[in-house]
Unconditional design. Structure first.
Ligand code: MN
Ligand code: MN
Length: 481
């Protein structure tokens, strides 16, 4: 009997030891109470609305600005004054700022997301007819698996700028009453040699991602290009545009239809563009209610991340420096303090990561892979083979984030994208890091990432919001050097 009691005691001691020493993954659903479970579900409703309202970067900027104005933010570019302001840059990138108690050179709290997503962009002379069908030529934007864009309903969003400066906005294929478009795929019966026997990278060509848009002719049989001509007539009647106007257009082909609840239990969200609008929405929801925080808070919503952050609306642009100079001037400080301000700042690169896919465990290293439902993911470094092209966040910074997240009730996990030599990817973290601020990637894991139908856990997108909010409200002095 005594021996058994000893055994029991030892078992209990080991259990306590385990609890004290070992890290255990925390499933959000196990950790939250009923009220927070409800908050997660409510948050997801607003999130889906945002995904539907913001399918392109231009729409995202407009929606973010609308919400900001509604919340009392004023236009910094128009010289409106107030402690809460926004700065819309070219309609493709936007920043929201909330003035803090401390002087700017003590550092900002920055959350930087991106609002562009993989898609098909129209070429400048897109319209042609072939075999009595009318098509639009495209060039894909960002990292896609081309076959995922075939044989599915597609919508067309964007703007056409006329030579006289007039702007025509197009949005076709979202309302169920509107027509949709599609990229054709070959029937399996004939696909053996041209698709099935080839490597996937060779079986689907970018040049064949042509979008079918019509098949009605005009005139008689001998009318030249009468299918294309009929469509041009339609475009003129409907939008007042001609073929040459398409040269100065930005028309984006995206998956048609709204984001939806996924699963009988409605625990997941499926939809297009969750990379990175899950983080953009979380940053927006986190900054909108802020008033008089300790540090000045900044939410950045960048364009062009999916093609390497090049261009003047991207994270590599001078926008951040300009914003900091504007804010310094407003506080009567020298814009020369810009560098000091940025070097004292702390930032989150708000971006998603790939979740462990149970059908492809071989590409993940399961101890360090992000798991759906286990909260917002902290990725110390991204990059590929030997950490090339990575931002590698400092351990001191991770330690501080761990502390504020734990104190703030944020369920988080630490994760990397895949096995060491499997591939990799980058985010905007490294482009902001050059300014000297502390920065780390932090966002929800996704399944089917970069596909037209990405999948997120409602628990993770909510914890992402909670993480950004906790970060904005953090009060610690900037001690990381
Ligand atoms: Mn992203
Ligand atoms: Mn991406």
């Amino acid at each position: 009997m005594a021996e058994n009691a000893d055994k029991e005691q030892l078992k209990e001691q080991l259990e306590q030891l385990r609890e004290r020493l070992m890290v255990a993954p925390r499933l959000v659903w196990d950790q939250v109470d009923e009220a927070e479970r409800q908050a997660i579900m409510t948050y997801a409703e607003g999130y889906k609305n945002f995904l539907n309202a913001a399918k392109t970067e231009r729409q995202a900027v407009r929606e973010i600005q609308r919400r900001a104005r509604q919340a009392g933010f004023v236009d910094l570019a128009a010289d409106e004054s107030g402690p809460r302001c926004y700065y819309n840059y070219k309609g493709k990138t936007i920043a929201l700022m909330v003035q803090g108690k401390r002087p700017l050179p003590e550092g900002l709290r920055v959350v930087a997301a991106h609002i562009d997503s993989p898609r098909l962009d129209l070429k400048q002379y897109p319209l042609y007819e072939d075999t009595d069908l009318v098509f639009l030529k495209t060039h894909y934007y960002g990292g896609i698996k081309k076959y995922q864009w075939l044989a599915r309903p597609l919508a067309l969003h964007g703007v056409v700028l006329k030579a006289d400066g007039g702007l025509v906005e197009l949005k076709v294929g979202e309302d169920p009453a509107e027509p949709v478009f599609t990229v054709l795929d070959l029937l399996p019966h004939l696909a053996k040699k041209v698709q099935m026997d080839k490597k996937v990278t060779e079986a689907f060509e970018g040049e064949k991602l042509n979008v079918l848009v019509g098949s009605l002719p005009i005139g008689e049989k001998d009318t030249k290009e009468r299918f294309k001509l009929n469509l041009l007539r339609f475009l003129e009647d409907t939008y007042g545009i001609r073929e040459e106007d398409l040269v100065s257009a930005e028309l984006e082909v995206v998956p048609a239809g709204p984001a939806r609840d996924l699963g009988w239990d409605r625990s997941l969200v499926a939809g297009y563009g969750q990379d990175d609008r899950s983080c953009a929405y979380a940053a927006l929801e986190a900054i909108l209610p802020l008033a008089d925080p300790e540090h000045t808070c900044l939410a950045l919503f960048y364009d062009k991340e999916e093609i390497g952050s090049d261009g003047n609306t991207s994270a590599k642009s001078c926008l951040l420096e300009e914003l900091v100079e504007l804010l310094l001037e407003r506080q009567g400080l020298s814009p020369q303090l810009r560098r000091r301000t940025l070097m004292a700042s702390r930032a989150i690169s708000a971006d998603v990561t790939g979740a462990l896919d149970p059908d492809y465990p071989e590409v993940h290293e399961k101890r360090n892979a992000a798991r759906l439902g286990y909260g917002v993911s902290l990725t110390k470094y991204t990059g590929h083979g030997g950490k090339y092209m990575a931002n590698d966040a400092h351990a001191e910074y991770l330690a501080w984030l761990r502390r504020i997240f734990n104190e703030g009730g944020v369920i988080w996990q630490a994760a990397h994208l895949g096995k060491v030599d499997e591939g990799g990817g980058g985010t905007i973290a490294k482009y902001l890091a050059v300014h000297g601020l502390e920065i780390i990637d932090c966002g929800p894991p996704l399944l089917s990432m970069h596909s037209p139908w990405e999948v997120a856990s409602k628990a993770d997108v909510y914890m992402t919001y909670k993480a950004y909010r906790t970060f904005y409200l953090s009060r610690e002095p900037s001690t990381v050097r």
